[in-house]
Design a binder for this molecule. Structure first.
Ligand code: C5P
Length: 238
């Protein structure tokens, strides 16, 4: 896994191609395909990205009954992507079903199994929102660490969380369990809809295993320079 994953939150394949063409071929970035792009471009976007030599994090955040998630993961497992996501709040049976489906799909297609990452709490959610809207009485780091343990016990390789919770997650899980962190902003950037934001250097210092960065890179005047700045800050924080 590369330390910086660029979120391709674009409206269609042409915009993606124009964006990626700015990066030199000698520098294959790891990319995230999320709902916006996948729902427009469909699975063929994955083939296009693979043909460019890019590793793919397919972030569709599955959350349904275990049987449906297992069947959906079986399809995703065939796609040869590096990482996929489910919501940890779907529970133990759903997480275990996701793992089963993913492994079956990748075995059937003869590709390496993707890492299964579980969303703990969205980085756009504050502790006050979580408590008021989800009626969760625990604090946010405790809730996230609990969901991380649940995810690990049911076959996940890691979680998606704010870097602010990485110390609590690492303390609650085994050393190889991954903390992948969105909600990353360079110091000068707008926060947008994100609430629990962290700079790349701070995330690295907090124990992050990888950053998911969207708008700080995609909306920058010079995306390649912004990507390098994120990498440099990441190295400085380690
Ligand atoms: O533009 P920005 O850097 O905020 O994008 C963050 C990316 O990470 C988005 O694609 C979003 O879907 C994703 N993400 C998130 N919080 C999570 C899980 C994923 O922001 N908990």
């Amino acid at each position: 896994m590369r330390p910086v994953i660029v979120a391709l939150d674009f409206e269609n394949q042409q915009v993606v191609t124009d964006f990626l063409d700015q990066f030199p071929e000698s520098e294959p970035v790891m990319v995230k395909v999320g709902m916006e792009l996948f729902y427009e471009a469909g699975p063929s976007i994955l083939r296009t990205l693979r043909e460019r030599g890019l590793q793919i994090f397919l972030d569709l955040k599955l959350y349904d009954i275990p049987h449906t998630v297992e069947q959906a993961m079986r399809q995703l497992g065939r796609q040869g992507v590096a990482m996929v996501t489910v919501h940890a709040a779907g529970g133990a049976a759903m997480l275990a079903a996701a793992r089963r489906g993913l492994d079956q799909g990748s075995r059937a297609a003869g590709v390496a199994p993707a890492k299964l990452l579980a969303i703990t709490q969205l980085t756009s959610t504050t502790e006050a929102q979580m408590q008021a809207e989800q009626l969760v009485t625990a604090d946010l780091p405790t809730t996230v660490a609990h969901l991380a343990q649940l995810a690990q016990a049911n076959g996940a390789d890691g979680v998606i969380s704010s870097a602010l919770e990485d110390p609590a997650i690492h303390a609650a899980t085994s050393p190889d369990f991954l903390c992948v962190n969105p909600g990353i902003r360079l110091a000068a950037d707008a926060v947008d809809d994100q609430k629990r934001v962290v700079t790349p250097a701070r995330a690295a210092a907090l124990g992050s295993n990888g950053l998911v960065v969207g708008r700080s890179i995609t909306q920058a005047a010079d995306p390649v320079a912004a990507y390098h700045q994120v990498l440099t800050e990441w190295e400085r924080g380690k």
